[in-house]
Design a protein around this ligand. Structure first.
Ligand code: ZN
Length: 683
């Protein structure tokens, strides 16, 4: 039941959102006319922009609050960069200095390769790919890199005491250029040591079994309201003993946390109401102490605050980057409620009980009471840390199971981000290339966007929150298979119900054809098109991708006898075509039932078998074919978003208004963040 953010599959959007079938009229979202949605493309990445419609209609006080929270959001960038890998900050500061200070030729192809590498490091907040977590190959030589460092003037490099710039180049050479050094940020290979094999900076000089033993020794298994052990710390060895360095004002990342606290204190002073002020003050207390009990108290208050127009996430939240699934990366999202669109998702959350009762899962694994899912649609105002530039499209928090059960949770859809994806993909040739016939293509064009939004709502608002663990089963029981199984559970819940008559009856979907469009996209993506994001020869690693692959391959295999989904070939190209949508729904229900059992019982062996059999391996011939077809389209599979720029208008030292602007220069924004929001984190 752990909550997850939905990382948008760009393909689902590219295919699905060729027309804007949103519930919201396009005019309303067009805060700025003639807006340039995509501003850059390099490697496998596109840089997009989002608009903040409705910002100008907020009160001066609300804008002031957003401004303070935005500053607090931007100050966490160095934290997540350092969390991702211990040498990332040194590398990023070196790259920034070269971009600013290099006096040599900037027209060569090597320089171009260097700039692409730098942009990728900015995008990933580090030298490992944000999605595959593999280390980048720089694409230029170590010798050239050395000449760039030595040929830069008037800039500061991150030198340690007594280090020359040539020493710096020599130090970074194996780290950046040797593909065998710290090759993987997050290892998912459970045949090895998950901790030792991961480059991520949550652990130093410790093994997986040492980490497991350490947390076993401090966790109280009988505590019905346990803190999130290990959430905000780095595990190290001191004098041969395993211990934690806690993130707090006086601890690890103190200098950055001090800045975050400074802006949060200002935000507390501009809060919309008393409860919101309490929420912010509790968060400050937690940052000051690093006390995880305070974090729980903060979450309980935060869930209660449903009336405020403005809301935010700021802290150590999601655990995807930890192979052990405990340690959280720093992230922030500042937002305000989209009042109109929130009505749509409320219909779904108001009927949560009906969905739980009618789910095909075993009654022993159903929730007894279904309450407390607060669903809303928001307008994103600022992205920070692990949410920038690569952004979730949905958030469901808090993550602690007992808080969700007792106090509820918030489920949030970031609609202006989805809209940005839609708008930037309007003319994409992707859908045509991978769709079997015109009928399916037209259906997906017509309903794909709407169905995609509804799928996200069902996944976030109901899917993750459905079902329960049997007493004594820990949410960490599935270990490294937890994330893909949990994502599959939420996806299956959405897929099973989206085609139910109830959806049309509730007025959420216009007709059953709209649900078919979602099935078309899900099958094609899970069996085929998501492979465009994976290098030939590699396996599927990322939790959401494993989830989509295992769901699709499982129903394909289990529906073979009835020819539910057929594999077709036309002009030498492969397609997957659904022949019986109702039977497919039945298969989704069957798998949902099993995945819920695995989750509720904490059946590690079954989780492992399911994921390893259906969610990891790739048919090499199909992979080659898909990559070749995709390469011809000249598209980039991943997208991320630049932030707007807020400038306060002052009168007698007071903020009387905040102006919003939409910068277009990705390089400039990254260099500015590097200058304005960077501190020396070394003690
Ligand atoms: Zn999810």
């Amino acid at each position: 039941m752990e909550t997850k953010k939905v990382l948008l599959s760009l393909f689902m959007v590219v295919i699905a959102l060729l027309t804007v079938a949103c519930t919201k009229p396009a005019e309303k979202l067009a805060a700025v006319a003639d807006f340039k949605w995509q501003v850059d493309q390099f490697a496998d990445l596109r840089i997009l922009r989002y608009q903040v419609p409705g910002f100008d209609e907020l009160t001066a006080k609300q804008k002031e609050l957003i401004y303070y929270l935005s500053e607090a959001a931007l100050w966490g960038r160095d934290i997540v960069t350092d969390q991702n890998y211990k040498h990332n900050l040194t590398i990023r500061k070196t790259l920034d200095a070269i971009v600013e200070g290099y006096k040599g030729d900037r027209t060569t192809s090597e320089w171009n390769d260097f700039i692409v590498y730098t942009k990728r490091v900015w995008f990933s907040n580090g030298i490992h790919h944000h999605y595959s977590t593999d280390k980048f190959n720089p694409g230029f030589s170590a010798g050239y890199f050395k000449s760039l460092i030595e040929g830069s003037e008037g800039v500061e490099f991150p030198l340690t005491e007594g280090q020359s710039v040539s020493d710096l180049a020599a130090f970074l050479e194996p780290i950046m250029f040797d593909p065998t050094v710290d090759a993987k940020k997050v290892s998912q290979d459970s045949s090895g040591d998950l901790v030792a094999d991961s480059a991520v900076n949550f652990y130093e000089d410790v093994t997986q079994s040492e980490v497991e033993a350490y947390y076993k020794s401090i966790a109280d298994e009988d505590d019905p309201t346990p803190v999130s052990y290990g959430l905000n710390s780095r595990v190290v060895k001191q004098d041969g003993k395993v211990t934690e360095e806690v993130y707090s004002l006086d601890g690890l990342y103190g200098p950055a946390i001090e800045k975050i606290v400074y802006w949060l204190e200002k935000a507390a002073g501009a809060a919309e109401n008393d409860l919101q002020r309490e929420v912010i003050e509790k968060l400050i207390e937690y940052y000051k102490t690093g006390d995880l009990e305070k974090f729980d108290e903060y979450n309980i208050l935060w869930v209660k605050d449903t009336d405020s127009r403005i809301d935010f996430v700021n802290g150590f939240i999601e655990v995807y980057n930890d192979p052990m699934g405990m340690k959280a990366s720093w992230e922030s999202i500042v937002n305000f409620k989209d009042l109109e669109a929130t009505k749509r998702v409320s219909v779904i959350s108001d009927n949560a009980k009906w969905f739980e009762e009618n789910s095909p899962t075993d009654p022993r694994f159903k929730r007894d009471e279904v309450t407390g899912v607060t669903a809303k649609v928001i307008t994103t105002a600022m992205l920070g840390g692990d949410c920038y530039p690569s952004t979730p499209i949905g958030i469901n928090l808090p993550n602690a199971n007992w808080i969700r059960r007792t106090h509820g949770s918030k489920s949030v859809t970031l609609e202006n981000i989805t809209y940005g994806y839609n708008q930037s993909s309007l003319d994409s040739p992707f859908g045509k290339e991978f769709t079997f016939n015109k009928e399916i293509l037209e259906r997906v064009k017509k309903y794909g966007a709407l169905a995609g939004n509804i799928h996200t709502d069902l996944h976030e608002v109901l899917g993750h929150g459905s079902g329960k663990l049997l007493p004594g089963v820990s949410s960490e029981a599935l270990k490294n298979y937890h994330s893909p199984v949990e994502e599959a559970r939420a996806d299956l819940f959405a897929l099973y119900f989206i085609i139910d008559d109830k959806m049309v009856e509730l007025g959420v979907l216009p007709n059953p054809d709209a649900a078919k469009a979602e099935y078309d996209v899900a099958v094609r993506n899970g069996l085929m098109t998501q492979l465009t994001r994976i290098e030939l020869g590699k396996t599927i690693d990322q939790a959401h991708m494993r989830s989509r692959a295992l769901v699709s391959l499982w129903v394909f295999e289990h529906g073979k006898a009835d020819n539910v989904i057929s594999r077709e070939t036309k002009d030498g190209k492969t397609y997957f075509v659904i022949n019986d949508y109702q039977k497919l729904r039945g298969l989704y229900g069957e798998l949902l039932k099993d995945v819920q059992r695995i989750t509720s019982e904490g059946d590690y062996d079954a989780a492992k078998a399911l994921v390893e059999t259906y969610g990891v391996q790739i048919d090499k011939d199909l992979h080659m074919e898909v990559l070749a077809r995709y390469a011809k389209l000249n598209l980039a599979p991943y997208g991320g978003f630049m932030n707007p720029l807020y400038t306060p208008v002052l009168e007698d030292g007071r903020i009387i208004d905040v102006k919003i602007a939409y910068p277009v220069d990705y390089v400039k924004q990254m260099l500015r963040y590097g200058k304005d929001y960077s501190i020396n984190l070394d003690p």
